[in-house]
Every structure is written in structure tokens, then in C-alpha cells.
Write a protein that binds this ligand. Structure first.
Ligand SMILES: [Zn+2]
Length: 66
């Protein structure tokens, strides 16, 4: 079985590839079939299918929900 990375709403995460603005810190602002994350550097937000997000996430930095 493949290991699933745990993440939830409001987590701050690091992605495998940083945003062009130079920041690699994102906040999960919407969870569903699609995940919306917001760049903490420039406030730009992007929507990704959950499967794609799971592939591109590097690690969870902060999980305030726990
Ligand atoms: Zn940015």
C-alpha cells in the first residue's frame, strides 16, 4: 500500500516546487475533491485535484487543527 500523507484544512504545507514568488509555504484554505491552497508569500491561490496535491506536497509544516 502506498503511504498517504496526512493533511487537513488550515495546515501550512511545503510543496516540492516553490511558487515563482520565492515562497514555499502554502496554507490549505479549502478541502474537497479539489484542494485550494494559498501562497503565504503573495496570497495567490491555486486549486488542485486532491490526487495531484497529494503528489506535489512535500511536507506539512504546521497543523493547527491538532
Ligand atoms: Zn507566491
Amino acid at each position: 500500500m502506498m503511504q498517504q500523507k496526512e493533511f487537513q484544512l488550515h495546515d501550512e504545507v511545503e510543496m516540492k516546487k516553490q511558487h515563482p514568488c520565492g515562497t514555499n509555504r502554502w496554507k490549505v484554505i479549502r478541502m474537497g475533491a479539489d484542494i485550494r491552497i494559498k501562497c503565504m508569500g503573495c496570497q495567490h491561490s491555486v486549486m488542485l485535484p486532491r490526487s495531484e496535491f497529494a503528489k506535489k506536497i512535500k511536507k506539512v509544516l504546521l497543523s493547527p487543527g491538532e
